[in-house]
Structure formats: structure tokens, C-alpha cells
Design a protein around this ligand. Sequence first.
Ligand SMILES: C[S@@+](CC[C@H](N)C(=O)[O-])C[C@H]1O[C@@H](n2cnc3c(N)ncnc32)[C@H](O)[C@@H]1O
Length: 875
Amino acid sequence: MGKAQKKTGKGRLDKYYKLAKEQGYRARSAFKLIQLNKKYSFLESARCCIDLCAAPGGWLQVASKYMPVNSVIVGVDLVPIKPIPRVVTFASDITTPQCRNLIRNELKDWKADVVLHDGAPNVGTAWVQDAYSQSELVLMSMKLAAEFLVKGGTFVTKVFRSADYNNLIWVFKQLFGRVEATKPPSSRIVSAEIFVVCRDFLAPKQIDPKFFDPKHVFKDLSTSLPADDDKGTSSKNYQANVFQPEKKRRNRDGYNDGDYILFKKSGAAEFVRSQEPIAFLGSVNKITFETNEEKEWLMLDVTTPDVVANCDDLKVLGKGDFKTLVKWRTALREELGLEVKTKPTEEVTEIVEIVEEVDQEEEIQNELERLHAEAAARTKRERRRANEIRTRTIQRMQLQMTAPLDIGLEQSDAALRDGQEDIFDLNDATKLLRSKGGIKGFVNGEDADSESNSEVLGEDEDNELWDSEDERDKKVTELEAELDGMYDAYRDRLRELDAKYKVKEARKNNKEREEWQGIRQDDGDEGDSDEGSGDEGGYERIETARARAGEDSSSDESDEETEEGYNVGRLKRRRGEESDFTAPESKRARTIVKLDESKSHLSQVAKVWFSQTCFTGAEDDMAESEDEDVMDEDKELVPDDERRDEVDSSDDNDFEVVPQDDDDDADMWDVENGNEDGIRQAQIQKQGLLSAEAVTIAQQLVNREKTRTQLINDGFNRYSLNAKDGLPSWFLDDEEKHYKANIPVTKEAVAALRAKMRALDARPIKKIAEAKARKKFKAAQRLEKAMKKAEGVNATADMTEREKAKQIEKLMQKGMSTKKQKKEVKVVVAKGAHKGLKGRPKGIKGRYVMVDSRMKKEVRAKKRQEKASKKRKHA
Ligand SMILES: C[S@@+](CC[C@H](N)C(=O)[O-])C[C@H]1O[C@@H](n2cnc3c(N)ncnc32)[C@H](O)[C@@H]1O
């Protein structure tokens, strides 16, 4: 089939395709017959129809729909057609006598009113061949039509626009009174098909068999090259192929006769010697170098690799490539003496010079533009980077991860242009820091005018300062402590802002955070350091951490000790153990800040508010009263001597020390892990296994897929023996989250866990559970009351046993019944005897309510009417 555009892709599923689907037609082609019939109305009056090449049966469906009931419809195709009601189908080749016989058997001595033919040969070969076999098929269908059509009958056929078209039309006109070619709207424009409707079959008594012989009908068909008159148009087309290679050209008039092959190759010699090189380039697909002469040309300088590559596939070339080929042809022709240069050499040289000048200027211009573009891009990049840094810093500040001092250290404003001084130059800051002996000095502002000092101090002196190992370690320790402080402050802040985080922390059942507040208290001795810390975004905390690190480092001269002290301090802080801060030496104590607990419910803003001096007294009172409460509660739990200690400490510090067991290994991580294990165990006992990994392991144990020993062995992996000493808390927190063994989980485990969660979800919500509990409680109360009453009845002396039993039964029934006895309210309509009554109507006992005889709506409507009439009167 001739296809300028493939029917695949977007165009395939057009509106007719969708309509066909909607209306239950097997093929979109059904609409072609509908539209043809709309124009020529041949189906409505037909009683017998033969559809040649009918599969899948779209046209048959239309015929059966539009033709009168009880019509005879016969469909033939090479492929079987799925049954259609009222339609007879069979599979046969319409070009064979067997098909003719089948139709004859089916029709008996009937004649067809309409013969339809929508056949298309099974395509795939060259377009010209397709068109030819289509024409042949048309001729064959016409032969059948001539045999089976009734006089005056209609033959509808599809033909392709090709050289055979006119011959076919001529033949049709010999056999039919009226012949019209039409293209229904549903036929794709890109398709070369056209439908010919031949009406008024003449039914000649004898038809010359030559009419149906392709050799005769298409005998003009020449296998020679295109005719001369065609040559002009095709040559133009070929030229256009070169000048606008990107544009696809349609062959509306069909392809040239005899031009059978779509892929053409020609020798380079033909191109070089051709008088119409452009047309040549447009007509061939490939230029070959096969002869000896052509092979020699390949060796020439003018035949560049580009030229050779271009010759390989001309259909993919652009305009520039064609130019190269034409230039190459000219150069070759000059070399071969086929073409003589017309312009004098001097002139050419002159031109070349001019071209060079222009090129140089252009080059400079281009270079300048390139440099400009590069500079602009660089500036843009730098500005973007600066903005990013600024945004990040602001974000960090908002998260309270950055103390104002850090901004100065980090920021180097990339947006500043060359030569401009950056206030926060990192190098300057570092120098300044060094001169001040580290961040601590810088922050504390011990030496505000030390800029001059830094100038005075030479590089060597600086180095000397840093050379001291002790000093350096000290600084590192301080910095680390400071970072720890910042991290803790950040987490506090996070906890305060993020409810989920709070819940997570609570779930973890990890009390270290509260204890950490206790440390702050201890550490403080400063009284109200707590109030300020949160507001300053952890600044105080950082300061405290730094100070503590300073103390640690200063108290112990040796490096080892310093480190140890620092690490222990940090470990304790993490784990919330303050044995070295407030608790008695013999006892490891956990501090619970009572007043602060209440405060921790306040927002930071509220904390700032309450930190004002006017609240100090009130706060103390609150603390006292709260302490008393707590003391009352705890008196029962805590031994006397310990209580004394607590009272002492709480007097000073507003917190209570709850003693814990002695534990020499308090500082060891293992112990904490042990506690964690205990907590976890309790949690598992209470809630069951909560992770897919745990369920998998449990299942493996139960199914004896794994033994206990194997599990223990599995526990010793690369993640199990990591030293945690000396690592900052933020790092450990991160490790806890991400650095752990990846335990495989099974589908069954996940399913079991899901089922459990579903069961949990299915449980009633808290409110319902509460309501149920309330109900139960009330029922129990009622029963208790009834029992008491029954006891009273039983104790009464002036009642017979029988009366007592009756009474008790009644009482118990009342007490057991869950139904709430509603007091009945009688509705009394205020009409008749009850109209205008004041007080209880006669004969009504118990609770009652008087209602108006009219409905609310009626009363309102009445009022509305009255209002309207009043208005009318006023007007
Ligand atoms: C475009 S389809 C026809 C669609 C049909 N009018 C409809 O609406 O469903 C063309 C059909 O022609 C059939 N065909 C081609 N050559 C044939 C032949 N020699 N004999 C019978 N059928 C042929 C093909 O099998 C194909 O099903």
C-alpha cells in the first residue's frame, strides 16, 4: 500500500478508531462504507450483497445494519471471519475459481444488488508492486461483480492512485452507467486509496475477457524509465530533495512507471559526469566507488572522509552535506579537466584575503563574546553559591545549630566582587582566632583589640602557639565539647518543636534527656541558667559545654586524663548519669527536675516571659508547693536517710534526687545496653514483637531453622564490636539509626506483623473504649446499689418472706437492666377542651407537654401573610 505516512503511531488511533470501538464495529473502515452509503444510498434498497475481501467484517456489519432484514449477505476473505448475525462467510481467495463456485453455491440463482470490494493485497513489497497487485485484485473483484451483479447493480471498489488508475476507470466505464471516484472523510488523507462507486451495471450479455486480463488492461505499463513529461516534475522533486532534505514529499500522482525500487545506488562517475548533479543527488540513496577510476578518486585529497561518509547514505544528509558533495564534484571535474575555472587567479586570491580579514575580525569578536559569556556564567555561579551558603546558614540558625559566632567563621561572601573586602573572610577569622588562642578567646571577648596583636604576631609565633600538642588537644576538646553542646541544644529545640520526635523519645523510654536537664542544673550552680538556655538557641548550653570542657581540661594537666575526663563527662551526659555532679558519692543518683518538668511544658516564649524577675518569687512558691507534693508522694518510697539528702539537695536546686543502686560500672556503655535490653524485654512482653526482623528471628527459632547458638553467633558481626568511646553524641545517634546489620525479613513475618497491626487498628478508639468502661462502671454501681437495697429489704422485719423475695427480685431486675428508663412525657394538643388551658389539663397524669394544634410552618406562614398584608395597607 502506498503510504506517505505510517498508520502506526499517534495518527492510528484517530476519532474513527474510537468511534468504531464505541459502536462495536470490528474495523474503523466500517465508517468508509457508512459514508459511501450516505452519499450513494445503495445498501437500503439492496436484497443481496457480496463483500469481497471482507475480514475482519466491518463492512459486513454495516451491510447487515443498513440492508433490509432477511437480505442475503455473503462475505469472503483469505482469512476466516468471525460469525456475524445474518451473514454467511467463508475463507477463500477471490482470484480463484473455487471462490466463485462457493459464492455461486451460496446465492444459487440469485443476483447481487451490491458487490463490495475493500481488498488490499498483503503488502510489504515495493510500493509500485503493491499498487499493481491492488489493481489486479480490483480487476478480479470486478470480474466476480460482473458475474453476480444484477442489472443496475452497484459495485464499490477501492483502488490506489497509480498509473493503473485511469485504465481501471476506463474499464469500469465500459461496464457501468455511472462511475464516480470519491474519498470518504474517514479514509486517511495520507492513504493513497480512493473508492470508486460504479452504479447502473449494464449487464452486457457478453463481456470480452480482455477486460479482466491485467496484461491487457494495464498493457501501457512500461518498465522503462519515467516518461519525458514526467521527468520534468520528478526532476524538480529530486532537486527539492536536495534543497530541502528535511521536508517529506508525497507522491500524489503515484510513483514513476518502471521506477520499481525504492533504494537506488549509483557510481560516483555518474554523479561527476552528470549534467544535473542536484537532481542526481535527490534521486539516489548511495554513491558508490566501485570502478577502478572511482577507486582512484578515493585516493585524492579532495575526497575527504566527509565526502566518502556523505556518499554512503544520501537520504540522511543536510543541505550543508549536499553542498560539500557538489563542491567535491566541481573540484574533481576541474582536476579531470571536465570543468575550466573561469575566474582569474588573482581575483580569487584577493577574495581569499578579504575572507581571511573578515575571519580574523570575526574570530576576535567570537573570542570576546566567549570571554564575556564565561565571566557572566562565573559571576552567576558565584552568586548562586553565595545565596546557597546564606540560605543554609539561616536554616541552621533557625534550627539553632549555629551560634552567631559560627556565621562569621563560615561565611565568605562569594557575591562580593574582586577587590571588595569581605567582612567575614574565613582566613581573617582563622588568623584572628589563632591570635586569640582559639574560639574560646574569641567568643569570650577577652581581647577585643587583638587585631593589632595578630598583626604584631608573626606567622612563626602563631605556629609556635599551635605547635604545642597540649594546647592543640585542649582546643580540639573545647571545640568538640562546644559542638556537643550545640547538638544537644539542637535536639532540645527539635524535641520542643516536633511532637513526633517527642513521642519517639518517649517510646524509646530513654530518660537520658531529662537527666541531661538535671546535669544542666547541677552544672549550673548558676541558678537560672536553665531559663535562658532555650531562648538563646542553646548558646548558653554551648557556653556551658565549652566551660565544662575548659574545666576538665584545665583541672587535669595530662592529656590522657583530660581526654578521659572529657569522654566520661560526655558519656555521662549522654546517659544522664550525674554521679560526679550532685549525687552522693556512694550512690549513683538520677536527678529529676521537678520544677523544670512543669516548665518544660511551656514554650520557649513562655520561658522567656517567666524568666523575668517579677516571677522569681512566684516560681519559688510554685517550686516549694510542688516539692511538698512530690515529697508527700515519695516519702513512702524513699528511705529516711536518703530522703534527708534529697531534701537538702532539693532545697538548693529545686530538684529531687532519686537514689539508684550502686553500680561501679556505671560509666560503661554495656551496662546501659543492659538496661536498654531490660526495657526492651519489658516492652516486648507488653506489646509483643514490633519489628519484622524480630518476628523473622522468632519464627526461625520456632521452626528450628536457626538455633540459639547460631543467633548468638550472628550477633557477632561487623557492627557489634564498635568502640563508642570518644565519639560525639550526634555521631552515635546517627550510627544508631543507620549503622546496623541488615537482618533479612521473610514475607511471613511481614504478613504476621501486618495482621497484628490490623488487629490493633481494628480495636475501638479510645473514646469508645472509655464510653464502654463508663457504661460498665455505671452498671456495676447500679448493681451495688440494688444489692444494698436488697439487703435493707431482707433486714426488714415487717415483711413476709414471699414479699421480701418479690421486692428483692424487682430491685435486682432494676439494678441489672442496662436500659435507661426514660420518663414518659405526654403530648397534649391545645385544642378542644384543652384550648387556652392554664395548668395541668384534666385527666393527664405524670409529665406532660402542651403543644399548639398548628404546625410550626403554618404559624410562620400565617405570620408572614399578616406582615405582607400590613405592608400593603401602609402602601
Ligand atoms: C482492508 S481489509 C478489508 C477490511 C474490511 N472491509 C472490513 O471492513 O473489515 C483487506 C482484506 O483483504 C483481504 N485480501 C487480500 N487479498 C485477498 C484475496 N486475494 N482474496 C481474499 N481476500 C483478500 C485481506 O485478507 C484483508 O483482510
